[in-house]
Design a protein around this ligand. Structure first.
Ligand SMILES: [Zn+2]
Length: 174
């Protein structure tokens, strides 16, 4: 601060700015831990048990999978928990040539969004944007031709689960 009055009340033009370049010669080691919280914690535990849990807001009818405790559309607490089926419909899909660790893949993986069946609701009755995951059993052509859209899929569960979204290996064509 220069004691009140700015030196350049009109500001400094962008092209006149001089940005200092700072070089730091060290390798940082950043570790992050994220607390799952109540809703996501219960969701991850349900995956370990081979189930997919969500929550429902009865006011707007939205289903949240992964679950949320508050409906961000109605600004109120959700009403209850539901168990979704591990089967559903592919809403959208894409081929990815980038692995989760950002390395380049020679053969692409198929990723997509699956709208799971919810027992008490018909397909068009509820708004549920879907769960993004790997899709398997499809060819590249299925994706490029968009034949994959609307396909029925089922979760392929790992035999030894640990409470992770990867407890589902992929959603497999049925
Ligand atoms: Zn709502």
């Amino acid at each position: 601060m220069n004691g009140g009055k700015p030196k350049s009340p009109g500001g400094t033009k962008y092209d006149k700015l001089v940005f200092p370049i700072v070089e730091v010669s060290m390798m940082g080691k950043a570790r992050y831990e994220y607390t799952a919280g109540e809703a996501l914690g219960k969701f991850l535990q349900s995956l370990k048990d081979g189930k997919i849990l969500g929550t429902v807001c009865d006011k707007c009818g939205r289903v949240f999978i992964p679950p949320r405790l508050y409906c961000s559309y109605c600004f109120r607490e959700v009403d209850r928990w539901i168990e979704a089926s591990d089967e559903g419909v592919v809403i959208t899909a894409a081929l990815s040539y980038i692995a989760a660790d950002r390395s380049k893949l020679e053969k692409p993986v198929t990723i997509g969004v699956v709208k799971l069946d919810v027992v008490e609701k018909k397909y068009d009755d509820h708004f549920f944007p879907g769960l993004m995951h790997y899709l398997c059993g499809f060819t590249e052509e299925d994706v490029k031709s968009m034949k994959i859209f609307g396909a029925r899929v089922k979760a392929r569960w790992k035999p030894n689960r640990e409470g992770s979204i990867r407890d589902i290996e992929c959603f497999e064509k049925i």
